[in-house]
Design a protein around this ligand. Structure first.
Ligand code: WTA
Length: 644
């Protein structure tokens, strides 16, 4: 246990009482609580009902209309912040740009005008496949300005995955770039888009931002250079007020089936929650330099690189490239150069930087830092301590923030703004105001301290997703039937004797590889789509840097012969079907996979074998298979031929 990030312990426990009573108050009358925060945003028409709760569907700020880009940019160009930096951008190749709120506003407007000229109207969807450049948030806000729901696809996904997402939401436009830099190489984004669009008839235009300047094929009439379109665009387009429940974006995420889930976020509720949590957790002031290192392709980037910091008029850093390129002190160099005061990153990044030792961060002035954040997976105490001691010099509280794509914003975290509680390495501490969380057993009964169970959220919150796009039944099924009337995020958790929440990883078939969320079933489906594969079972294996890596057990079809070459081919096949982030680290060729009599793969067994750990007492397996069968299958797996 460490002290509360520089606060004397005594004071931190006073804060706990103060914080918890504030938390309790917020739950007494949550609607007035949220309404008060909502009134800090710019609305065209005020809502007439804060919450319409028709379980499991919530509508927040019903009757209210607003515009996200107006809240994120217009608000600031009317104030002194017009000339304040919205983004300090650094390319991997060393290029630098500063974009003020005034400039940002103009670009957002121009791109909105481009979209208008394409004939896009409120409700039409746009897909994005972008490198980390300022044009990425510009494109998101230009969509929001016109009420065009957008979907961002992380640039580590393949053409097949991109096409699947474009088709699901019927995007009419794709915004991309000629490339982006990653470890000194060019990411060929445009060619991926070309392959995806070939199979996506809904797409009428592709807008290409010139980032690298290398030659890319352009299709006459369909593909347009960003700079050429912008040169002809108007510099002002009136923001289109949309209903609070208007779809702001769809973000596809992995679940327990192969098909990605389109998490659908609202405009009003989402923005209010993003606004509130940014303030509570990061406590940013006007003179802060804030750096959330997440890729905008993931939800952390959507909320905490784009919408929330912009609404608060903050100055954010965006860095395009790899964290250790060209040298492993690149991040520390950036912190020093821009005098970053708030750094928000993922445990996997902390662990990989930790691997390079203490000397590199020590060679840089990191004294500008005042708050450190963590997100994406449980942070192990060793990484926490290193972050606290070596990066934060024992002065900066670590806000370990638990949340997910579906929640829209941070749910459980310390709050430096509202009253920092004493920190414990590895605990996200307490739910934020307005959030009621609990830990329950299989039957949904609240568990006493120190017992591991399932995390649940007991009431709606403004940032919650509205539904799964085009699939409300799946929304109900996945999140609301496990425990009736409780939101089930799919995480294990425990509370300690002092009520602190400890998040203990996924309770379902979702794995986190270097913070990237993937479904085992997704990878299995990809493997099985290869002609040599009859069956596949995939599990996460604990990894000291990435948190987890992917291990695949594959049963080949009769004619196929195990070999290193085939293993490599299967990896390339997964890369093609999903993307490089999903490539299994190892593939084992097994004669059989452990299955129940009803034919379901025994995931618990696969996971245990993948982790190389003890399988445990086989007689307690709840699966309907005989112990002997399972034992045989395990032996089969353990002696499976490994290739690398
Ligand atoms: C995990 C990322 C422990 C969790 C914002 C959750 C965490 C999943 C934490 C969502 C944390 C996220 N401690 N686990 N601080 N933050 N997780 O949708 O399992 O990519 O359900 O959203 O990440 O991942 P997603």
């Amino acid at each position: 246990m460490s002290d509360a990030g520089g606060l004397p312990l005594e004071k931190a426990s006073q804060h706990r009482e103060q914080y918890l009573s504030l938390q309790r108050d917020s739950l007494r009358d949550p609607e007035s609580f949220w309404a008060k925060i909502a009134s800090q945003l710019v609305w065209h028409e005020k809502w007439n009902k804060v919450l319409l709760w028709d379980p499991p569907f919530a509508q927040w700020f019903v009757g209210g209309t607003l515009n996200a880009s107006e809240n994120a940019v217009d608000k600031h160009v009317k104030s002194w912040r017009k000339n304040k930096a919205a983004y300090l951008w650094e390319g991997e190749n060393g290029e630098r740009r500063t974009i003020t709120y005034g400039e940002f506003h103009r670009e957002v407007n121009r791109l909105a005008s481009v979209f208008q000229n394409f004939g896009l109207r409120k409700g039409d969807t746009v897909a994005m496949y972008m490198p980390l450049v300022p044009e990425f948030p510009i494109a998101m806000l230009a969509c929001a300005r016109l009420g065009l729901p957008f979907t961002v696809v992380f640039s580590g996904f393949s053409a097949t995955a991109l096409a699947e997402r474009i088709q699901d939401c019927q995007a009419k436009i794709v915004v991309t770039a000629d490339g982006g830099y990653r470890r000194g190489k060019i990411l060929e984004l445009k060619t991926v888009v070309d392959d995806a669009v070939k199979e996506s008839p809904s797409v009428k235009h592709v807008v290409v931002f010139r980032r690298t300047g290398h030659v890319v094929p352009m299709i006459e009439g369909r593909d347009h250079w960003w700079h050429e379109l912008m040169a002809k665009a108007s510099s002002y387009v009136a923001p289109v007020p949309v209903e609070s429940t208007h779809l702001l974006y769809i973000l596809y995420t992995s679940g327990t089936t192969g098909k990605p889930k389109g998490v659908a976020h609202s405009t009003g509720g989402y923005l209010v929650f993003a606004y509130a949590t940014q303030e509570w957790v990061f406590d940013a002031k006007d003179d802060d330099v804030y750096w959330c290192t997440a890729d905008i392709g993931w939800v952390t980037g959507h909320t905490y690189v784009v919408f929330a910091p912009l609404m608060h008029g903050l100055t954010s850093v965006i860095y395009e490239g790899a964290l250790d390129y060209p040298r492993p002190d690149r991040w520390w160099e950036i912190v020093e150069r821009y005098r970053v005061s708030i750094l928000y990153t993922a445990p996997t990044a902390i662990r990989s930087l930790m691997r390079y030792g203490d000397d590199l961060p020590k060679q840089h002035h990191l004294d500008s830092l005042r708050i450190l954040g963590s997100v994406g997976e449980p942070i192990n105490p060793a990484a926490w301590q290193w972050y606290f001691d070596v990066i934060g010099h024992g002065r900066c509280p670590i806000v370990d923030t638990w949340w997910q794509t579906e929640t829209g914003g941070i749910m459980i975290s310390p709050s430096p703004r509202l009253g920092l509680v004493q920190l414990k390495a590895g605990s996200a501490t307490f739910p934020l105001p307005g959030v009621e969380a609990d830990v329950v057993d299989e039957k949904g009964n609240s568990l006493p301290p120190s017992e591991k169970g399932f995390l649940v959220i007991k009431r709606p919150w403004p940032g919650m997703f509205m539904t799964l796009y085009n699939d409300p039944e799946r929304y109900r099924q996945v999140y609301w039937t496990r425990f009736p009337a409780l939101y089930y995020p799919g995480d294990y958790a425990m509370r300690d004797a002092e009520g602190y929440f400890w998040l203990l990883g996924r309770a379902d078939e979702v794995i986190k590889v270097a913070g990237h969320r993937l479904g085992t079933k997704e990878v299995e489906d990809a493997l099985v789509s290869h002609p040599s594969v009859a069956e596949a079972a995939v599990a996460g294996k604990p990894d000291p840097i990435k948190g987890e890596t992917i291990v695949a057990f594959v049963m080949l079809r009769k004619m196929a012969i195990p070999s290193n070459q085939l293993s490599e081919e299967l990896k390339q096949h997964v890369r093609k079907m999903i993307g490089p982030i999903a490539i299994p680290e190892s593939i084992y060729f097994a004669r059989a996979l452990p299955k129940t009599r009803s034919g379901k793969i025994m995931r618990r067994v696969i996971k245990a074998v993948a982790a190389g750990g003890q399988i445990g007492d086989l007689s307690t397996l709840e699966d309907d298979a005989s112990v002997d069968e399972v034992r045989q299958a395990i032996e089969g797996l353990q002696t499976a031929e490994k290739t690398t």
